[in-house]
Structures are given as C-alpha cells and as structure tokens.
Write a protein that binds this ligand. Structure first.
Ligand SMILES: [Fe+2]
Length: 244
C-alpha cells in the first residue's frame, strides 16, 4: 500500500476519525482486525489515532463508561502486540437531546483544547442545531462538524457553512466518502468543499483494512486529489500526542 499519510503526500501524523474500537466481549476476530488497522496506520507514519465511537440516543449501549472501559482493554492489547501508536478515544456525538444534556453536564469526551466531534443527520437540518452549537460554545467547547460532504442541506449552503464557521465550528472530511463509499454525489460535494477551503481537518472514517485500501486506491492514484488534499493544509497536528 502507498503511504497516504506520509509527509510527501498530505502531511498528516494524526488520524482523528475512525471506528476501530472493539466492543467489550466482542468476537476476537474483530479485535484482530482493529489491531490490523492500527498496524497499517503505523506503517503510514501516523503516531496518534483517535477512535471515535458513536454516542447517540439510538445507540444506548455506547455510554462514556462503556467506551472508556473498552478503550482500556484495547490499549492493553495494542501494547501486547507492540504497536507503537498512541490510541486516544473521543466520541462522535450525534445531535440529539442526549447531547444537549451531556453539554449541560459538561461531560463530553473531547480532543485536546475541548474540540468535540459532532455528527449531523444526513438529509434534514435538525431543528435544534443552532441551540446546540450556541450551548457548546457557551461551555467553551469547540465543535467539529464531521463529514459535511454527506449532509444534503449543508454541503452546498455556503451561508450556513459561513455562519457555522463564524461561530467557531471546524469542518472535517472523511476520506472514505471521497473514495466513493457513498456514491458520486458525495465525491463531488467533497471536491467542492475542498476547493472552497471549507475543511480544517481530515480523517479516514475507516472501519477496516478494506476501507483503507479503497481510500488508497481511489485517492492516492489520482494526483489531482492528492494535490487538493495537500493544499487544504489540514490542522490535524494540533491533536498529535507524539511528544506526550
Ligand atoms: Fe464516523
């Protein structure tokens, strides 16, 4: 596999969005797959990987407690397998009433400097979005809008994007979306958002080796994509834990 993240490609040493945290008591095969993904990231020269399990009312088994418990187990397995990646665990928070109460309690799993990953519905703007963003900012959280390329009501609404940016939101692309995982309309949206310099951060959004291979094939072999991604000057380095 080529080295997607190497310095001569898009200069990324921190993967900030992926779904590789095995559930407690899950099939050992899944744990092996998750370790395999981390080994690939290591081969890319990545030093820090943030796993971003979903937290949403519709998925009640993913509580902070269960996530942190499984993270402890997974970190031990990473060490046992001599993988030299610093694993961090945050959450990808869906905008729902559960998030509202977590913000009230100032109880979010965040990146450094209180950056927090937020996921919006794909097709319809949630009625409470403006309130949630205001509430987050009032508590000094810094929202990161995950994969806007997927969101029909957002990806071509330049005013809404500008409004969210003016409130302090950052935007993050998932490369798996640009690799065609969700169709051509998503690819075109991602290209437009890249050209308009909307994105601040990049993650893979990957769940598996196969998805990393797809990203590799569909993006790395296209010089125009590599150029677009390099020109984005992603800020992932602010989350690197290399020296800690
Ligand atoms: Fe995700």
């Amino acid at each position: 596999m080529n080295n997607l993240f190497s310095r001569n490609k898009i200069n990324i040493d921190t993967e900030m969005h992926c779904h590789i945290l095995p559930a407690v008591g899950c099939d050992p095969e899944f744990t092996n797959q998750a370790l395999d993904v981390l080994a690939i990231f290591q081969s890319y020269g990545v030093n820090t990987v943030y796993a971003t399990p979903h937290v949403r009312l519709a998925r009640p088994s993913n509580t902070h407690e269960s996530i942190l418990k499984r993270a402890e187990i997974f970190k031990k397995q990473i060490a046992e397998n001599k993988i030299k990646i610093k694993l961090e665990v945050v959450a990808e928070y869906y905008v729902d009433e559960g998030l509202s109460s977590l913000i009230d309690n100032e109880n979010l799993l965040t990146y450094p400097q209180s950056h927090v990953l937020i996921e919006l519905p794909m097709r319809v703007k949630p009625a409470g979005l403006d309130d949630i963003i205001k509430k987050l900012c009032a508590k000094a959280y810094k929202p990161i809008i995950a994969h806007p390329e997927l969101h029909h009501y957002l990806r071509y609404d330049w005013k809404m994007i500008a409004d969210l940016k003016s409130q302090g939101c950052l935007f993050q692309i998932n490369l798996i979306n640009m690799a065609g995982y969700f169709g051509d309309d998503v690819i075109v949206a991602a290209e437009n958002l890249l050209r308009s310099k909307t994105y601040d951060l990049v993650g893979t959004g990957a769940h598996s080796r196969a998805q990393l291979q797809l990203i590799d094939k569909q993006i790395l072999q296209k010089k125009d994509y590599v150029k677009l991604l390099r020109n984005a000057n992603f800020k992932n380095k602010i989350f690197s834990q290399k020296d800690n």
